[in-house]
Design a protein around this ligand. Structure first.
Ligand SMILES: *Cc1c(COP(=O)(O)O)cnc(C)c1O
Length: 392
């Protein structure tokens, strides 16, 4: 075996020994909550398409029409010739929804964060990041070269302590957090965090990948209690509740103009395909006009937590913490036997010792299926396990 193959095989052996090996399973999702996995029809509780818009007839029709009008690809980066009219329209729509002056769309949420963060902070600057923030915010911080300090999850006192200690020694400061945490489903304390940021002249960026479309009247975590919270950088993705693909950030006009001029993942990457832009615009139309649809995923999550006596959900994501990777895989397999697809999440996606079932709810779930899943989880004794893990 040559050195490259030997390197990969040894790495894989270690990943397998730790119970962390991941294989790709083919999944065919339908328009509802069901999916085909390994030749079996199952009900999926592992999908971020919270409003099932990826299969909405209107969304699909407008994506198809965009291919007919503009082609299957955008042909170049945005700054060359890839800036087709649908992208301009999409950015205006996002800015309006988010109450911002302007928006810029990237190829994906991941590309957005690894491009935006290094534009806004560099050597001599300070980044403060929530310990449970999404990987792409960490990768953006690493690429920036700024001094990066991690604050305890949602701990404003710790964040303030770090600002008091380091802010005066740095050029400018950037605070990075998820608005809705992707593996825990809880919300950042956006309003008080925005006030703290303002008091220390730090710029707050919220990654609202899991907020758009499902909380804050569909406008995300900045809009939970009515008026827009003072968040100057509202970032998100078009790949979760919007049902398609692409990333974005909404901010003041000059900030967006600067990001378009400097973000490497914007400049050196091809513009989003016309079909993706058209699908996102159609999905935003539906989100804006349908309050019942927007509220459905969290209502389904509430049905589940009520049945199990868990605390009320803040988003469509409910974690059932198990602890060990092997136990989590066993639980996921046992649920699969009963026809429920609930993916086990293991490190490095979550911290060591907090492997879990990540249960996500969509508007298309039947109440009876939600209750049946809750009962299946209770029957496996998994809720008791969660309590033990918390008290340990
Ligand atoms: C999914 C996700 C991303 C990445 O978005 P993509 O568009 O899928 O690349 C970024 N941040 C958070 C919090 C996410 O959950």
């Amino acid at each position: 075996m040559d050195s490259l193959n030997r390197f990969a095989a040894e790495k894989l052996a270690r990943i397998r020994a730790a119970g962390l090996y991941r294989g790709l399973a083919v999944t065919e999702r339908g328009p509802g909550a069901d999916a085909m996995r390994d030749g079996r029809r199952v009900i999926s509780f592992s999908c971020n398409d919270y409003l099932n818009l990826s299969h909405h007839p209107e969304v699909k029709a407008r994506a198809q029409a965009a291919i007919d009008a503009y082609g299957a690809g955008s042909g170049a980066s945005r700054l060359v010739t890839g800036n087709h009219p649908l992208l301009v329209e999409l950015e205006a729509r996002l800015a309006r929804l988010k109450g911002a002056e302007d928006a810029v769309v990237f190829g994906s949420g991941y590309l957005a964060n690894i491009g935006i963060v290094p534009c806004l902070a560099g050597h001599g600057d300070l980044i403060l990041i929530d310990e449970l923030a999404h990987n792409c915010l960490y990768m953006g911080a690493r690429a920036s070269g700024a001094e990066t300090l991690v604050f305890r999850h949602n701990d404003l006192a710790h964040l303030e302590e770090l600002l008091v200690a380091r802010r005066a020694h740095c050029g400018h400061a950037l605070i990075l957090t998820d608005g809705v945490f992707s593996m825990d489903g809880d919300l950042a304390p956006v309003r008080p965090m925005a006030a703290l940021a303002r008091a220390h002249d730090a710029w707050l960026l919220t990654d609202d990948a899991h907020g758009l479309g499902v909380i804050g009247d569909g406008r995300g975590s900045s809009f939970i209690e009515g008026d827009k919270a003072d968040v100057p950088l509202q970032m998100g993705t078009l790949s979760k509740a919007v049902g398609g693909y692409g990333g974005y950030v909404c901010a003041a006009r000059a900030v967006i103009d600067y990001i378009r001029n400097r973000a490497r993942s914007f400049i050196f990457s091809t513009g989003l395909p016309p079909a993706s832009a058209a699908a996102a615009i159609a999905a935003l139309d539906i989100i804006e006009r349908d309050p019942v649809l927007r509220a459905a995923p969290v209502a389904k999550a509430r049905l589940f937590t009520d049945r199990l006596g868990l605390s009320a959900p803040q988003s469509p994501i409910v974690p059932v913490i198990i602890g060990g990777a092997a136990e989590t895989l066993a639980a996921s397999a046992a649920l699969m036997e009963k026809g429920f697809l609930v993916t086990g999440i293991r490190p490095p996606s979550v911290p060591e010792g907090t492997a879990r079932l990540r249960v996500t709810f969509t508007a298309a779930h039947d109440d009876a299926d939600v209750l049946a899943l809750a009962d299946a989880i209770a029957a496996l004794g998994l809720i008791g396990q969660e309590r033990r893990a918390e008290s340990a």
